[in-house]
Design a binder for this molecule. Structure first.
Ligand code: FES
Length: 331
């Protein structure tokens, strides 16, 4: 394709080897989207296609200096000659500051294979709730919903409507858009809008913690798994949370490992020579998920839904612990 030729001209691939889960990409474009928001267009350096992805997926973006962070893919899933991510400038955020201040088109970066903890399930109708840059994972979902002729509404909250990233693009997708600006005083009344259960409708929400917890509370009566969240930063934990010590029995390797209060399951297992793949180490990416055979998990991640937690079938070993004295894991 023309695009692949462009890539070939622009890049001189480095000799450095990417690990199997990683892909080398070139920053083909940096685009101003809204105040404080840039999008990056990332193309493969080898002129081939990037791995396919589904709406809701994210990648780890590796920046120079060992900086790494997860970003949702907000480009067209039908075009894997490039990915797009949207990045908001966060004061004190290493990765966003690097992208906003230093990154230039032409730079070569590494990204992981896409992962999806926020898949679009089949429904008659969709209700999307976004706060600012939290709209990014929802853009391919709205596109997919429109392509399948499923009606959808986006409740889109921003400080000012003029700050809403990707607004023109979202308008063109043909759904029902409802803008809420805190500055204009049209703030979304979450309880009023989401309180009554809507039949055959699935809610997808991504945004700041205040919005997510408000949606969570307002939809407490909705059927399990009809309300889904994507956390970019870990949800707050109770200040008085204590972590005890417990045992992990590794069913496959036959080892029993003690997890002391100051270590995570992931760390204790790594120290014992049982490496578990991991990425964010904050309970938001899903890389370190392990199957649980026995024992009750104290789930501390920001990924599993309440019904998934109750099912007790998997756990995120980077943050979650045991409720009792012992867990048996399928590792
Ligand atoms: Fe990301 Fe555990 S490493 S959820």
């Amino acid at each position: 394709t023309d695009m692949a030729n462009d890539v070939a001209e622009l890049t001189k691939p480095e000799a450095g080897r990417a690990t199997p889960d990683m892909h080398e990409v070139i920053v083909r474009a940096l685009r101003y989207e809204a105040p404080g928001v840039l999008s990056l267009e990332l193309a493969p350096t080898n002129g081939k296609l990037l791995p396919p992805f589904e709406p809701g997926a994210h990648v780890d973006l590796h920046l120079p200096g060992g900086i790494m962070r997860q970003y949702s893919l907000c480009g067209d899933p039908n075009d894997t000659s490039r990915y797009r991510v949207g990045i908001r400038s966060v004061s004190g955020g290493q990765s966003s500051q690097f992208v906003h201040r230093k990154l230039r088109p032409g730079e070569i970066l590494k990204i992981s294979t896409p992962r999806n903890n926020f898949p679009l399930i089949d429904a008659d109708r969709y209700l999307f709730v976004a706060g600012g840059i939290g709209v990014t994972p929802l853009i391919p979902m709205m596109q997919a919903a429109s392509a399948r002729n499923k009606p959808w509404t986006l409740l889109y909250c921003n400080k000012r409507d003029a700050d809403a990233p990707f607004l023109d693009e979202i308008r063109a997708l043909g759904g029902n858009l409802s803008l809420h600006s805190s500055q204009a005083g049209t703030r979304l009344d979450v309880q009023q809008r989401l309180g009554p259960v809507e039949e055959n409708t699935v809610v997808y929400c991504c945004g700041p913690e205040g919005l997510m917890t408000a949606v969570e509370e307002a939809t407490a009566e909705w059927p399990a798994d009809t309300v889904r969240f994507e956390w970019f930063t870990p949800r707050s934990r109770p200040a008085d949370e204590v972590s005890g010590s417990f045992e992990v029995v590794c069913e496959q390797s036959g080892l029993t490992v003690t997890v002391p209060p100051e270590k995570t399951v992931l760390e204790a297992l790594n120290d014992a020579g049982i490496p578990i793949p991991c990425s964010c180490q904050q309970g938001i990416c899903g890389t370190c998920e392990v199957r649980v055979i026995d024992g009750e998990v104290d789930h501390r991640d920001s990924i599993l839904s309440s019904s998934e937690r109750a099912a007790n079938q998997t756990m995120m070993t980077c943050v979650s612990r045991a409720k009792g004295a012992r867990l048996v894991l399928d590792i």
